[in-house]
Design a protein around this ligand. Structure first.
Ligand SMILES: Cc1cc2nc3c(=O)[nH]c(=O)nc-3n(C[C@H](O)[C@H](O)[C@H](O)COP(=O)(O)O)c2cc1C
Length: 364
């Protein structure tokens, strides 16, 4: 893994980090990160969805007071790009999420730290700025979930992002074909000290899926329980259906992330962008809705904002920038994304994020 800690020449756009990532990561790690699940159908759908919309430029509008600042859940953010929760940062860089956290702090960006990071949530908090959220996977034992919640609260995380779309993750065939296996030193640091409970072997006639992998999958009861256990706002990530969105809103969830886990959940699920307008319509204009999946530029983000997102999360690009140039790379990526968004806004006659309404787009 080659990490230069300098911005390599030839990076003009955020997506250039994707171009340089195979060399920085090596072929197998790149295949694992770039891949989704199964045949990578949803990975491709996430990207293709952005190409179905064009942006209509506007004339003579005064954008000299323009900016991309927003208020999100009590945070003042300079731009609508959050760093998505991603597992195993050690695959991309020896400093793993500590480097990402430093980039978030330097740029005033909000970082969402995964349950499955290579550094502990406390180590990440020590390097990050105040805008930090913790992504939670419900644990098989409630006591362990409560311990993670207490640790996140003590470490100053301001919200919990509960991910619900990854109970079952089938590997991507392209990652399998590359021969990728998770290196032995890539452990989930937050969970390393909890006792390991071996999964019971399925009995005769039992399904490896229903009675196996899904035996601890959360239900609505678990969500209600979680909501009763913390005063931290709970967001839910992995929403694609309008009815789920409405039910989550009614249940007291603070906001939702329209996401298909970057195509790493159900292969064949629709593009996040494609579902965003119906989800937004279901929850009304004021409920916080974030989106991720396939965002590779400020122009993509502009389209997601126009279709109803308050902000977007950046998954793979974050790991690519981390692999290519460490903390500096992630900070540079966020700067490039923000400048690309500003350029798109200016050309479309939008001075602020609230000017980015569905009318700025046309299907193509
Ligand atoms: C390598 C990798 C690891 C991920 N790990 C997590 C995780 O631990 N928790 C989570 O909620 N989402 C995880 N995700 C999904 C991201 O948070 C995000 O939804 C997705 O990457 C967005 O799509 P994009 O990569 O096209 O930006 C992971 C994604 C990748 C690529």
């Amino acid at each position: 893994m080659a990490s230069t800690e300098r911005i390599p020449a030839g990076i003009h756009n955020a997506i250039d980090y994707e171009r340089l990532a195979p060399e920085a990561l090596g072929a197998q790690r790149f295949a694992y990160i770039a891949g989704g699940s199964g045949m990578d159908v949803t990975v491709a759908a996430n990207r293709a969805a952005f190409e179905r919309w064009a942006i209509v430029p506007r004339l003579l509008r005064d954008v000299r007071g323009g900016h991309s600042r927003l208020q999100l859940a009590g945070m003042d953010l300079p731009h609508p790009f959050l760093l998505a929760p991603v597992a195993h940062g050690l695959l991309a860089h020896p400093e793993a999420e500590r480097a990402t956290a430093r980039a978030a702090q330097a740029t005033g960006s909000c970082l969402v730290a995964s349950t499955l990071t290579s550094c502990t949530l406390e180590e990440i908090a020590a390097a990050a700025g105040p805008a930090r959220w913790f992504q939670l996977y419900l644990q098989p034992e409630r006591a362990r979930t409560l311990d993670l919640l207490a640790r996140a609260q003590a470490a100053g995380y301001r919200a919990i992002v509960l991910t619900l779309d990854a109970n079952l993750q089938l590997p991507s065939r392209s990652a399998l074909a590359s021969g990728f296996v998770l290196p032995a030193d890539c452990v989930a640091a937050n969970l390393a000290h909890y006792p390991q409970v071996p999964a019971p072997a399925p009995r005769d006639g039992q399904s490896r899926i229903f009675q196996g992998a899904m035996r601890h999958a959360p239900t609505w009861d678990d969500l209600r329980w979680l909501l009763s256990q913390t005063r931290l706002p709970i967001w839910v990530k992995g929403v694609l259906h309008a009815d789920d969105a409405r039910q989550l809103q009614d249940a007291g969830v603070a906001g939702i992330v329209v996401s298909n886990h970057g195509g790493r959940g159900l292969d064949g699920s629709p593009a996040s962008l494609a579902m965003l307008p119906t989800v937004r319509a279901a929850v009304g204009p004021d409920y916080p809705v974030l989106m991720d999946g396939g965002v590779r530029s400020g122009l993509d983000a502009f389209k997601a904002l126009a279709l109803g997102a308050n902000a977007v999360l950046i998954g793979r690009l974050q790991l690519y920038a981390l692999a290519v140039a460490g903390a500096l790379g992630v900070a540079h990526l966020l700067q490039l994304l923000t400048e690309e968004l500003h350029a798109t806004m200016a050309q479309a006659g939008c001075a602020t994020l609230s000017d980015i309404t569905p009318e700025v787009l046309t299907p193509c």
